[in-house]
Ligand binder design. Structure first.
Ligand code: LFR
Length: 499
């Protein structure tokens, strides 16, 4: 039988890709036809995403598909969470979307905590309280750019900015909406009373549509050649939601790590888990595909490595990711540990020096060389993963039998091995392109080619090879973990969240 092909646009914080994904009734195949990079930069005093680079990248990728032989039935985009675009009455972007790493969000978080306290703030949505949440960006807008919100008629999350560009749609998709920090998954509605209490207007909150919704045909000038009949189908717009759809979990209770700029470490559950304990542990409830909930915690992930790499490149030392992993493998482990989620690493500035200062402050051996710094980061990430495993076992009362790592980080053999060592669990790695596969597979469900989540995972498991790492020695990890958890507890206290 003829295969069905759809296009997945997958936007990460450092790079984007456009992939064609085909399903022939038995197997999925993925062909990345275009990759591009993009970088946020300050515009009018605020860090903003480069919309032109993003739009050009997406359209170039689609142009390649249009010029190809294979008819594409549907196109859908996923992107990082929390960021948003504001459309005016004419349906134009009011301005370029701001970036969650802008420092303006930190004082807004403080104000929200002062006004409502962590209990009210967390209970409204069950979303972890982090500087990056959309809630704090909108509070900052109210404070310093009120005209932006006054002009806004529709708030669309970042993936839906792309769907808007591709089809003119003005909807926001459910999984992306749930990353905002003002969407109540328990009642499936925007948390408007929370916004009222914080003085944020709500007139621009649109209808929320479920993943899998067909929002119309592709814009006329793009709908040429092999894209002539393409529809725009919104997938799980939040990249992490698509990544977890694309994760071939060995066991329903298995832990996933979607490993890219962030590491999203969690389990899939049927309903939100919102309690004093999940709040104290800063565990989040994100809306997933087909009614699932992702109970997880954000770990700062490869961002810290990316930030070191940028700093070293500025200093004249260019390293690739494989270089970095090789260098880190050659030095002894567990000599120094940082909390990758400490506030000082969020903006990505001066990272190697800040790692050294952190080690000095907490009484660890101060890593001196590049390999030592890299090893410190990788050990610390593995400890961060272990902390989430232990916390999730506590709040779900379920054992965690194994770990599946997907995304770019699934290629990092050292980190995968350290994760197995730190947790004592088998670690299965792959696919690297889980996000694009998950995105595309949900479009294929909407087209009637696949039957749902279980079917998607079955086909992905049958199609993509994985690599397994089994725990080696556990020596040293318990002691390092004890010191790591102390570091994390101190940081939570400093932020006023340890209540
Ligand atoms: C991963 C991710 C995380 C989200 C962070 C910021 O790419 O989407 O899930 O918390 O980026 O948007």
């Amino acid at each position: 039988s003829a295969a069905t092909t759809v296009a997945a646009v997958d936007l990460g914080a450092e790079s984007g890709r456009v992939a064609a994904v085909s399903y022939d009734g038995a197997r999925l195949s993925l062909d990345v036809v275009h990759r591009f990079t993009h970088t946020p930069r300050p515009v009018d005093g605020v860090l903003r995403w480069d919309m032109k680079a993003l739009q050009d990248g997406v359209e170039q990728g689609l142009g390649r598909l249009a010029a190809g032989e294979v008819p594409v039935a549907s196109v859908g985009a996923d992107a990082w969470g929390v960021d948003y675009g504001l459309l005016d009455a004419a349906g134009e972007l009011v301005d370029e979307p701001t970036c969650y790493r802008d420092p303006r969000q930190t004082p807004a978080l403080r104000r929200a905590l002062d006004l409502l306290g962590p209990k009210r703030l967390y209970a409204a949505t069950g979303v972890q309280i982090m500087d990056i949440n959309t809630l704090f960006a909108l509070m900052a807008d109210v404070e310093s750019m009120p005209e932006r919100l006054e002009r806004a008629r529709t708030l669309v999350m970042l993936p839906d900015v792309i769907h808007h560009l591709l089809s003119g749609s003005r909807t926001t998709e459910y999984t992306a909406a749930t990353t905002s920090g003002f969407y109540d998954t328990t009642h499936a509605a925007w948390a408007t009373s929370l916004l009222d209490e914080l003085g944020v207007p709500t007139h621009f909150l649109p209808e929320v549509v479920p993943p899998g919704t067909d929002v119309g045909p592709l814009r006329g000038d793009l709908a040429t050649g092999a894209l002539g009949d393409a529809r725009v189908t919104v997938p799980p717009g939040h990249d992490t939601a698509s990544a977890v759809v694309g994760t071939p979990l060995r066991d329903p209770a298995g832990l996933y790590i979607s490993s890219g700029t962030w590491s999203l470490v969690g389990v899939e559950v049927d309903a939100p888990v919102i309690s004093d304990r999940t709040r104290a542990l800063n565990i989040t409830n994100e809306g997933g595909y087909a009614g699932t909930v992702r109970l997880l915690r954000n770990v700062a992930g490869l961002w810290v490595l990316q930030a070191c790499r940028r700093q070293w490149a500025e200093d004249g030392v260019d390293l690739s990711y494989p270089d970095m992993v090789r260098l880190a493998a050659d030095v002894p482990g567990l000599r120094s540990v940082i909390n990758p989620d400490a506030h000082e690493f969020l903006d990505g500035k001066d990272t190697p020096a800040r790692i050294q200062q952190s080690c000095e402050r907490s009484g660890f051996v101060v890593p001196q060389s590049i390999p030592e710094i890299l090893r410190c980061v990788l050990d610390s990430l593995a400890l961060g993963y272990r902390a989430v495993v232990e916390d999730l076992i506590e709040v779900t009362g379920r054992a965690v039998p194994s770990i599946s790592i997907v995304g770019g980080g699934a290629n990092n053999a050292l980190l995968s091995q350290l994760t197995a060592d730190a947790t004592g669990l088998p670690v299965h790695c792959g696919p690297v392109e889980a996000t694009a596969l998950g995105n595309a597979a949900t479009q294929l469900v909407s087209l009637g080619e696949l039957s749902g989540l279980a079917d998607i995972r079955r086909v992905i498991q049958a199609t993509t090879p994985t690599t397994t790492y089994t725990p080696r020695t556990h020596e040293g990890w318990d002691a390092a973990y004890a010191r790591f958890t102390e570091l994390v507890a101190r940081e939570r206290e400093r932020q006023g969240l340890a209540v």
